[in-house]
Write a protein that binds this ligand. Structure first.
Ligand code: ATP
Ligand SMILES: Nc1ccn([C@H]2C[C@H](O)[C@@H](COP(=O)(O)O)O2)c(=O)n1
Ligand code: MG
Length: 242
């Protein structure tokens, strides 16, 4: 079980703090992102490998914006573990869990499942994985999702990707998806677009204000989009040791 040291900053000496600022300027990351896979040991004030915390990327965008497609590419190239909130919920439906019928009707209507259910599924998936870097796809969809995650997991994401795509393109992609999803029909898509604009955009704005957002142009071919995503993760492969 991993956990993040909540009050890291007071433990960082002023010289380290200056160094972190220089690194942030040079690499475009903040101090928290740099410490995302190693946390300070509060007793010794040093870096402890025994209490690693995972690097978490939230992957956001409207329905059909290409989140799942690009996550597959990121997994192939950078070895992340992909957790799709939608897939976790659909698995609950197919396993006939106690929440299955509620989840099914919520997804059919294009609405959002209560955060307590989704956050629990994500928490379990993280805790039962050996991975130290996750893509959490399609989550948080609402401010309520975001706050519930931060409360339960005790951490914010390290970075957030947002695939920005015009509505007409998203609708076209969803209606051509042909994977048998119950929400891939014009009525549900219209509702999902409404929910995205009303409830998800505020989350995206929140992370933008925090300097964690990477807005990616979600138009063009899958390859073209991945070439916009690649530099974000390529930069993460240069660890800075303190
Ligand atoms: N750049 C692209 N150009 C054309 N089609 C694409 C592109 N990227 C993905 N697609 C296709 O569009 C459909 C939707 O993509 P994807 O499932 O990745 O979107 P998503 O953001 O995960 O959607 P949802 O939120 O509904 O799960 C899929 O059929 C996918 O193959
Ligand atoms: N945080 C989430 C994620 C997904 N859902 C529900 C509602 C979505 O329309 C549906 C499909 O998700 P997708 O595969 O498109 O990411 O699942 C939710 O309620 N809360
Ligand atoms: Mg998807």
């Amino acid at each position: 079980m991993w956990r993040r040291v909540a009050s890291l900053s007071p433990l960082v000496s002023s010289s380290k703090s200056r160094l972190l600022n220089q690194v942030q300027v040079a690499y475009g990351f903040n101090a928290w992102q740099m410490f995302s896979t190693q946390v300070l040991n509060p007793v010794e004030g040093g870096v402890s490998d025994s209490r690693r915390t995972p690097f978490v990327t939230f992957v956001l965008g409207g329905p059909g914006s290409g989140k799942g497609t690009q996550c597959t590419r990121i997994v192939e190239t950078f070895g992340f573990t992909h957790l799709s909130a939608g897939d976790l919920l659909r698995r609950e439906i197919s396993s006939n869990s106690e929440n299955g019928s509620m989840i099914l009707s919520t997804i059919k209507e294009g609405k959002i499942v209560p955060s307590v259910v989704t956050v629990q599924l994500i928490q379990k998936a993280i805790e039962t994985s050996d991975s130290d870097k996750f893509l959490i796809d399609g989550f948080p969809r609402t401010e309520e999702n975001r706050i519930a995650y931060e409360r339960v997991i005790g951490a914010e994401p390290d970075i957030v990707l947002f695939f920005d795509c015009p509505e007409e393109e998203m609708v076209k992609r969803v209606l051509n998806r042909n994977q048998g999803r119950i929400d891939d029909n014009i009525d549900t898509v219209k509702e999902r677009l409404k929910v995205f604009a009303e409830l998800n955009l505020p989350v995206i704005k929140h992370y933008s204000k925090k300097g964690k957002l990477y807005k990616i142009d979600g138009t063009g071919s899958e390859d073209e989009i991945f070439e916009r995503v690649r530099p974000v993760f390529a930069a993460l492969r240069y660890p800075v040791l303190f």
